[in-house]
Ligand binder design. Sequence first.
Ligand SMILES: [Zn+2]
Length: 319
Amino acid sequence: MTPTSTPTDLPAPGLPRDGEPLRLMAVHAHPDDESSKGAATMARYVSEGVEVLVVSCTGGELGDVLNPALAHDEQVLANIAEVRRAEMARAAELLGVEHVWLGFHDSGLPEADENGVTPPLPEGCFALLPLDEASAPLVELVRSFRPHVMTTYDENGGYPHPDHIRTHEVSVRAFEAAGDPEQFPGTGDPWQPSKLYYHLTFHKARLVALHEACLAEGMESPFGEWLENWEDKPEDAARLTTSVPCADFFAVRDEALKAHATQVDPDGRWFHLPLEVQQRVWPTEDYQLAITLVPDVRTGDLEDDLFAGVRVSAESVSA
Ligand SMILES: [Zn+2]
């Protein structure tokens, strides 16, 4: 299977006309996911005048408090949903993005007990809803925001949280249905986005680069054990199609991530590797171009712009 497909049964994509801004929609499972996956890319595009909308499918009500300083704070624990809404608002402000909640209920990440039995997902949660019921609000949002490019997770969810896999499913469903007037009637005029990307944040080449940088700095690497247990999958080799330079926005990415104070330990080992080292050894955020309806304008192996092909197509419709 090639990593990128061009379905022939989808309508022609909607393109920006006459100086209209480009639009990017990033679909995420929980508040904080937008700050750990593709945040610097979004901040860069915002700085260039692109309209960016982050969609959080769930409220993250079942996320554990991962910051030791807040883990025993009764006020925080009793009001976790509200606290996370306020954290998300601050992160969106820092990144300069618009933000929408789809309002689905967090499915949680069930853990097996000592007998290896995994508890069932909570009734009515995002991952258990019928696919079209879970997709309809996103289709409506695609039809109103009219993104040229959408980002989401791959078919494995990036990591196997039921809400991440479900986010992949609803994103693909919305990308493929929003342009078809026969589907999801009553949710607005059809709109066909041009490209769909999957985040490729924790891929092996990047982890190896960061791991080696840690060792070169004389630091303990948080990536060593991860890499030791890494399982190479042949289908992953062709996933990297796109690397977006965004090192200038790594600092704002980290600020946005720390705004999710309940979810992030600010003294955690992830923040130990100095920014300037990260900027030097891996200055991009990376993606798999999963579906495209615009021409491939790559000159090298990799694209460096999520809107590659959209910009030239837009010029030809405006001309
Ligand atoms: Zn998540």
